[in-house]
Ligand binder design. Structure first.
Ligand SMILES: *Cc1c(COP(=O)(O)O)cnc(C)c1O
Length: 395
């Protein structure tokens, strides 16, 4: 029997409760053992000097930030990365004490005050932002210095100061009161590509900037550069911290990195059969009748739809798992429901479980399968599950 650890709002694990399916028509299941395994796998891949930051932005890529952060910290991660101030506050309110780096930009007095109050660590992207921080912290009479992380743009062209201006930027931050330089970091644009040329060019720029800073007589703080892909691709990119998101959730950033460490997908998407019926040959199914039954078939209605995050673009293109068998989805996916052809399972009962993403027996459907069909990336699939779906943690 599954042991289940409940996330607020869920009475019990849906598979353990006969009546749960009236309320739990669909849910996201989070396998904490797989999460812990992945964190240990990644941590074991690093030298003992490199720390692991679990990136838990966007509600831990849709997995539930607090539960993921707690499990990751128990399994070998020592830092947490979030995108925004509210994401960091959510972790602190849950009692999490680990250092939290805010990867996004923060500027307003409210954000800066919250960062100081909740002991979070901001990313500084420009000298201007550093000055705003110093002024605001002085104005609110913050007594202990706030650890700050300088972001260099080495070729991503997103946040950060151009690497060639790193020296002046670091000197300014060192001079400003209320700020303590905690790290210098950059982010890679193409670490998931099998061609390492651009990644290596970014690495060289990072090294150049670091050498320049050292040449100014500044003692180097902690340095970091690698996301999941870079962590798996090249240990010379590990430095003092690696910032790992996707791999913690058990997916590979690219197929060419699958031979590095073993990972297990953490998230499964499940729903219930809500009705089963037989339809005659020639019968149209769902909005627009984009599927016409080519023969008499057994149809099951499943209680999940695009408002839960099942992309409507997968209509007539996806499969689901029922009783360990792959069966095709048919007709347009609707807001709250979708239909599948279950002719192969004649005795299927209402209330039975449908796995849309995850494993049943020998069959598996992954976020990568959906991403491929939709011409996108697994990151976007994972972040797409709406909060209408309860997150249920299992061990
Ligand atoms: C999201 C993010 C990461 C994690 O990326 P993954 O590819 O999911 O490992 C690392 N660093 C920064 C700056 C990020 O924004």
């Amino acid at each position: 029997m599954l042991s289940s650890k409940q996330i607020p709002g869920v009475a019990s694990h849906p598979e353990c409760d006969t009546y749960a399916w009236f309320s739990q028509r669909a849910w996201v299941e989070i396998d904490l053992a797989a999460l812990s395994y992945n964190v240990r796998q990644v941590a074991g891949y690093l030298s003992p000097c490199t720390k692991l930051m679990a990136v838990v932005k966007a509600d831990a890529y849709g997995h539930g930030a607090v539960t993921v952060a707690q499990t990751a910290l128990q399994s070998g991660a020592s830092w947490l990365g979030v995108a925004t101030v509210p994401e960091g506050i959510q972790l602190r309110e849950a009692g999490i004490k680990a250092p939290i780096l805010i990867l996004g930009a923060t500027h307003t007095p409210e954000q800066i005050q919250a960062i100081a109050q909740w002991q979070m660590q901001p990313t500084l992207c420009s000298p201007k932002q550093a000055l705003i921080f110093a002024d605001t912290l002085a104005a609110i009479k913050c007594d202990s210095p706030v650890p700050v992380h300088i972001k260099l743009d080495t070729g991503m062209s997103r946040l950060g100061t151009n690497w060639q201006q790193a020296g002046e930027f670091v000197q300014l931050v060192k001079r400003l009161p209320h700020l303590a330089l905690a790290s210098i970091y950059s982010h890679l644009a193409t670490a998931d590509s099998p061609d390492p040329a651009i990644m290596k060019a970014q690495h060289r720029r990072f090294q150049e900037a670091i050498a320049h800073i050292k040449g100014l007589g500044i003692e180097l703080p902690c340095l970091h550069l690698a996301n999941s892909a870079a962590t798996l691709a090249d240990s010379s990119l590990h430095y003092d911290i690696v910032r790992v998101g996707l791999a913690v959730y058990g997916l590979y950033p690219s197929t060419h990195l699958q031979n590095t460490i073993k990972l297990q997908p953490v998230l499964q998407l499940k729903a219930r059969v809500t009705q089963v019926k037989t339809i005659a040959a020639g019968t149209g199914v769902s909005y627009g009748h984009r599927f016409i039954a080519p023969r008499e078939l057994r149809l099951a209605v499943v209680g999940i739809g695009y408002a839960d995050g099942v992309p409507r673009h997968l209509s007539n293109k996806m499969q689901v798992l029922i009783r360990g068998q792959r069966v095709p989805q048919i007709g347009t996916i609707t807001m709250d429901q979708l239909m599948v052809d279950v002719t192969a399972i004649p005795d299927l009962q209402e209330g039975e479980i449908v796995t849309l993403l995850g494993e049943q027996g020998k069959e598996q459907i992954t976020a990568d399968d959906w991403a491929k069909e939709l011409n996108t990336i697994s990151w976007e699939i994972l972040c797409g599950f709406k909060h209408r779906l309860p997150r249920v943690a299992v061990m």
